[in-house]
Write a protein of this length. Structure first.
Length: 155
């Protein structure tokens, strides 16, 4: 019984939970991270003025988003391979549902993931744009419906 427990513990040491991958990526040196609280953007959205309108985008889709985090990793940073490895663990996870994927090859793809709340609603949307030279990850914390996700049609 003890041997079985030790083997299970060892097997789990090499992998991260899908929900912890982005936190591990944020710890890597030489990457760019940006945190945007949506409250300033929300103020513009609530004004209903032309200031809130961006051609080609319906920003009202972000009404239920609390914050946006952007992580950018490029080849020159030296962190690209570390992030690729962590993303492989993310892709194998079962917590987030794959909502959309456009894939050209193993390292050229755009994927959108979310945690399904109810029919047509998702929380914590993660958009991953991965190329040979750069990875951009956008994490939207809050709630979006499938209709709200049409915001990304223009990307």
């Amino acid at each position: 019984m003890t041997l079985c427990s030790v083997m299970m513990l060892c097997a789990s040491c090499g992998s991260l939970q899908q929900t912890a991958v982005l936190d591990e990526i944020r710890k890597i040196d030489n990457i760019s991270t940006y945190h945007v609280p949506v409250s300033p953007l929300g103020t513009l959205l609530n004004l209903g003025t032309k200031a809130a309108k961006v051609p080609g985008f319906d920003l009202t889709a972000l009404n239920n988003v609390k914050s946006i985090d952007v992580i950018t990793v490029n080849r020159q940073s030296g962190a690209l391979n570390k992030v690729h490895g962590l993303l492989e663990q993310f892709y194998k996870g079962k917590t987030y549902e794959l909502i959309f994927q456009a894939k050209e090859n193993q390292r050229k793809n755009v994927s959108i993931y979310g945690i399904q709340l109810s029919s047509g609603e998702y929380s914590n949307i993660i958009v991953i744009n991965e190329t040979d030279n750069e990875i951009n990850i956008v994490e939207l914390k809050g709630t979006l419906s499938l209709d709200d996700l049409k915001l990304f049609d223009k990307l």
